[in-house]
Ligand binder design. Structure first.
Ligand SMILES: *[C@@H]1O[C@H](CO)[C@@H](O)[C@H](O)[C@H]1NC(C)=O
Ligand SMILES: *[C@@H]1O[C@H](CO)[C@@H](O)[C@H](O)[C@H]1NC(C)=O
Ligand SMILES: *[C@@H]1O[C@H](CO)[C@@H](O)[C@H](O)[C@H]1NC(C)=O
Length: 546
């Protein structure tokens, strides 16, 4: 394969005839010409249902008789071609102006560019120096997929045979959303995007009565500008080793994602290994730890996440792989559920079903929490570290001293709501209700007496910070009126995970509160190209054709 060159494109059905590869936008096939025969390397199937369900759906499948690197590049290129309109919209809504050329001279953007460039150089160096490493092979493939994504979007395919470069402020930024939250602090960005205490996601893992099922659910919390969504399923036939052999255990994955992102970011994944992985963000409030954020010896979180998801067969293995080369960025509490260790009605189990990992700069702690899950019947996650070493080191005691028990593991509003209401969960529907719950004007647990008014839309399982009055008095940033809240819900079960199926809801909750509408909200002037105006979508069941 001597590289691809786009020869022609025509009309709406972009049929990119390339010297040796063809992308047919109508069939979603990327084929290579072998003599006179076309044989496809990868295919993609994309359906945009955003106006009716709030979701679009993408499946990308690659074929194992092509080498992994070509599969990865083709997967990226195909995804970009079939989702290019959404990628454009998402870029305009979320990244336009982020260190773009005229602001690139700002001190922060220069430091960020230096960090990214040095980090990528170090990573590329490892890939070159360790050609037999399973770990670096997966990193390499992820960067090739990203390269394919960017090349495909620009309709300039050129498969890199050897070294290649990644634009630091190009589509890499779509992958770095979480990493950037911490890099902004570590690199002294003066206007940080994350207000103090701002929650980022709620999660609940719940055993139904008599352990008849194990439900795993996640709500993304984010700025409303990120609501253009693609539910993705990747079927990749990558090998564990760069020299061939077995296909990776997590080669097939379904996950909630975004245009231009080749991982989840939320994060919520169902994998062919039988693992389901998810996280909520814990962040870091101790400035002394930022010295551990260094561009060499570190792999950005989005890549460690992908590599662990592909290679791990157990929760412990996942944690071991993820813990290598801690970047100290996108600091999260990760939950790894291993359905291989669950059987409906199981009475006991000592380990293997559930692992909890927490990362901050310079430190990662993980342990098996199977026993605790079976004893308590649930695990709730709401942006506060569980492990005392992580809690103390990341500055949480100081937050409690300054602002009170809102920042404590036990007394945070969501800790209390989950504790009180998880006993009402008896099936999928009641779990969805809890994950979408926000009755902040009525529920005493949503009150925060340091605020005026005392009730607060942030203090619920699915936040609606847009409903807080603009003229209220709030002790810290998270409680202010903001275009921020729970922007989705995903749930899977023992019955569903094998088919990569889930129940999902897109957009801010409207169960006990009015639906979010851009045109009548205080945020009507923020960019939201391609968004529905009113977010009033019901739960759907996500299934796949392949
Ligand atoms: C950020 O600011 C702190 C305090 O002024 C300083 O110690 C640190 O070196 C700065 N970091 C960077 C990357 O500029
Ligand atoms: C964590 O901090 C609390 C409060 O300062 C202290 O009582 C406790 O001993 C600390 N625990 C560890 C393991 O550092
Ligand atoms: C805030 O605005 C609302 C509606 O405009 C008004 O009714 C209320 O009195 C204001 N509160 C304060 C504290 O200014």
């Amino acid at each position: 394969m001597n590289g691809f060159v786009v020869l022609f494109l025509f009309g709406l059905s972009v049929r990119a005839e390339i010297r040796t590869a063809v992308i047919d936008k109508q069939t979603g096939h990327l084929s290579v010409l072998k003599g006179y025969r076309e044989d496809f390397v990868a295919w993609a199937n994309f359906t945009d249902d955003i106006t009716t369900s709030g979701w679009s759906f993408l499946e990308v499948t690659t074929r194992g008789h092509y080498n992994d690197r070509l599969q990865a590049y083709a997967a990226g290129a195909l995804e970009a071609v079939v989702t290019s309109q959404l990628i454009y919209n998402n870029w305009m809504n979320t990244l336009m102006g982020y260190c773009e050329p005229d602001t690139v001279q700002s001190g922060y953007c220069q430091r960020l560019k230096a960090y990214i460039t040095t980090n990528l150089q170090w990573v590329m160096g490892q890939i070159e120096e360790q050609p037999d490493s399973a770990y670096w092979h997966q990193v390499h493939l992820s960067l090739l997929q990203l390269k394919g994504l960017e090349d495909g979007y620009h309709e300039q395919l050129s498969f890199p045979e050897g070294k290649f470069s990644i634009n630091p402020f190009g589509f890499l930024l779509f992958q770095m959303g979480g990493d950037l939250e911490d890099l902004e602090s570590a690199l002294n960005q003066s206007s940080k995007s994350r207000p103090l205490g701002s929650g980022s996601c709620s999660a609940l893992i719940k055993l139904l009565p008599n352990n008849k099922d194990l439900l795993v659910s996640h709500d993304t919390w984010s700025n409303y500008k990120y609501m253009l969504r693609i539910m993705k399923k990747y079927n990749f036939a990558f090998r564990v080793s760069p020299t061939g052999g077995d296909v990776v255990p997590g080669g097939t994955q379904a996950f909630s994602s975004y245009p231009g992102s080749i991982f989840s970011g939320d994060d919520f994944y169902i994998m062919s290994s039988g693992l389901v992985t998810l996280e909520t963000t814990i962040g870091n409030s101790n400035p002394a730890l930022w010295k551990f954020v260094q561009p060499t010896g570190a792999v950005m979180e989005w890549l460690r996440n992908i590599v662990a998801n592909r290679l791990a067969t157990t929760g412990k293995e996942w944690a071991e792989i993820f813990s290598k080369y801690n970047s100290g960025t996108y600091n999260n509490q990760w939950m790894i559920v291993d359905y291989n260790h669950f059987t409906p009605g199981m009475r006991d189990g000592s380990e293997g079903l559930f692992v909890v990992l927490e990362q901050i700069p310079g430190m990662i702690v993980y342990t098996d929490k199977t026993t605790e899950l079976l004893e308590k019947g649930y695990w709730a996650s709401y942006n506060i570290p569980y492990y005392v070493d992580i809690y103390n080191a990341s500055g949480c005691n100081e937050l409690v001293e300054e602002f009170g028990s809102w920042f404590s593991l036990d007394q945070n509003p969501r800790a209390q709501i989950f504790r009180r209401d998880q006993t009402d969960v008896t099936d999928v529907d009641s779990m969805v209700l809890l994950m979408r719950y926000n009755n902040f004007k009525e529920d005493p647990l949503s009150r925060y007496d340091g605020c005026d008014p005392p009730w607060n839309g942030e203090n619920a399982i699915s936040a609606r910070s847009d409903l807080n009055p603009a003229n209220g008095t709030y002790p810290f940033g998270a409680l202010k009126q903001r275009p921020h809240g729970g922007t989705d819900m995903k749930l899977t079960s023992y019955g569903m995970f094998r088919d990569f199926a889930m129940v999902a809801v897109s957009g801010p909750t409207w169960d006990q509160v009015p639906p979010f509408q851009w045109s009548t909200s205080p945020y009507r002037d923020l960019p939201h190209i391609g968004h529905p105006d009113t977010w009033m979508f019901k739960p759907i069941t996500v299934t796949w054709s392949n």
